[in-house]
Design a binder for this molecule. Structure first.
Ligand SMILES: N[C@@H](CCC(=O)N[C@@H](CS)C(=O)NCC(=O)O)C(=O)O
Length: 204
């Protein structure tokens, strides 16, 4: 399988970290693609009408896109413990964490449009403030929820990759939240995180 990837995408890294945690690393090759809504990438659009990475290409089968769907698919391919718990409150808790993590990355991207990506005269500061509020409220919520003793699941993978990207892009920091910060520092020592460093600049 081939993963259409981006070395500075939190979502692409989430899919790759998931694959590594599931023991599927040797079944996937990674191909870097630059994407931006202001600069269409034809190869990416040919596989995903939204023009976004990550996309998982499978020989002789349809492409799978969106990190949420890729991770759900990858979880069917291995024989270890499910990274997306199959039932009970553990499932809803993991998926809720994933939803918050997706929202962190989404909000960070929107904030970056207002802070650095748009031409200066088109930026709207109240929108940047609104996205910063979503980040800070989510950090506070996570501070009360995070539990370092839980078995690793999709929620943790999504959260660690989103937080690392937010820090990489110097967006509003989560470091004042001590439990969240300590959990993150431990998680980033995992081989899956160490093997997938963030790098590169957005090309708009
Ligand atoms: N919900 C998607 C988001 C994917 C996404 O936004 N990817 C960005 C890279 S970080 C992208 O390719 N953006 C290009 C665009 O918005 O046109 C996922 O979880 O995979």
């Amino acid at each position: 399988m081939k993963l259409l990837y981006q070395t500075h995408s939190p979502y692409a890294r989430k899919a790759l970290v998931f694959a590594l945690e599931a023991g599927l690393g040797d079944r996937i090759t990674v191909e870097h693609h630059e994407t931006s809504p202001t600069r269409a990438n034809e190869t990416v659009f040919a596989e995903n009408p939204l023009g976004k990475v990550p996309i998982l290409l499978r020989p002789g089968q349809e492409p799978i896109f969106d990190s949420v769907v890729i991770c759900a698919y990858l979880d069917t391919l291995h024989s270890g413990p499910r990274l997306i718990p199959e039932e009970g409150e553990a499932r809803w808790r993991a998926l809720r964490f994933e939803a918050v993590a997706q929202g962190l990355a989404d909000s960070g991207i929107q904030a970056r449009w207002e802070l650095v990506r748009r031409p200066e005269e088109l930026r709207y500061p109240p929108l940047a403030d609104g996205y910063a509020l979503k980040l800070n409220q989510s950090y506070a919520w996570l501070e009360g929820q995070i539990d370092g003793n839980e078995p690793v699941n999709i929620g943790h993978i999504a959260l660690a990759t989103a937080l690392d990207w937010l820090e990489f892009r110097e967006l509003p920091s989560f470091r004042a939240f001590s439990k969240l910060s300590a959990w993150f520092d431990t998680f980033t020592q995992r081989p899956s995180m160490m093997a997938t460093p963030l790098a590169g600049d957005t090309q708009d």
